[in-house]
Design a protein around this ligand. Structure first.
Ligand SMILES: Cc1cc2nc3c(=O)[nH]c(=O)nc-3n(C[C@H](O)[C@H](O)[C@H](O)COP(=O)(O)O)c2cc1C
Length: 188
């Protein structure tokens, strides 16, 4: 790593939709684009392409400090640790996050909670309903979980009224809000 790279802030994008090129990924990409414009190094992961098993509540992590499962989660936690800011994206599935996102979130249980403290987080959440309040449980879940972990919920970008793959591109105002949030998260 060059000295220049070591000094630059990093933002990690975590996509919780299984649909590649879908609304969630587009929104995450916009946030990352804004972060890059502000000078950050950016990286993106697609949860559905990683092997992340659900928590088994065996409490091995509590006893040994390490999860009993051997999958991609430790490598992802390392990426998270390296990035000062994260953009977390999930569409609304039945008023909540996707199964892939929830499995990932449940695995935070076995992680070092100190890692979350002060971490700057942007949420991106598309949904079919034109009423944004349909995202309230998903937003509420993040708000409470991130407050518990003392992370900073920096911005939330909701995209109501988008159903089909890529439909969010018809909403340049939402794309611009995502890009602006990414830029601000690095600049401020
Ligand atoms: C299994 C499933 C459940 C869904 N549940 C909801 C829902 O409860 N409320 C809603 O507004 N949209 C719901 N949607 C629509 C998605 O939130 C919407 O299509 C979103 O734009 C998908 O994002 P993506 O393109 O990143 O996959 C659901 C879609 C799927 C596939």
């Amino acid at each position: 790593m060059s000295a220049n790279e070591a000094n630059r802030k990093r933002m990690l994008g975590i996509v919780g939709s299984p649909r590649r090129g879908g609304n969630t990924e587009i929104l995450v990409d916009e946030v990352l684009r804004g972060a890059e414009e502000a000078g950050a190094l950016v990286e993106k992961v697609i949860l559905s392409e990683l092997d992340i098993a659900p928590c088994r509540a065996c409490d091995t992590c509590r006893k040994t400090g390490q999860c009993a499962q051997r999958d991609d989660m430790p490598a992802l936690l390392e990426k998270m640790e390296r990035s000062q800011a994260w953009v977390l994206g999930t569409p609304v599935y039945w008023w909540g996050p996707t199964a892939q996102f929830k499995a990932f979130l449940d695995r935070w249980y076995g992680s070092n909670y100190a890692m979350f403290k002060g971490r700057r987080i942007i949420l991106t959440i598309p949904l079919e309903d034109t009423d944004a309040s349909t995202a309230r449980h998903t937003v509420g879940m993040f708000t409470d979980a991130l407050a518990y972990l003392k992370a900073e919920l920096f911005a939330t970008v909701l995209a109501p009224g988008v159903l089909d793959r890529g439909q969010v591109r018809e909403h340049p105002d939402v794309l611009e809000a995502a890009r602006r949030a990414g830029r601000a998260a690095i600049e401020k």
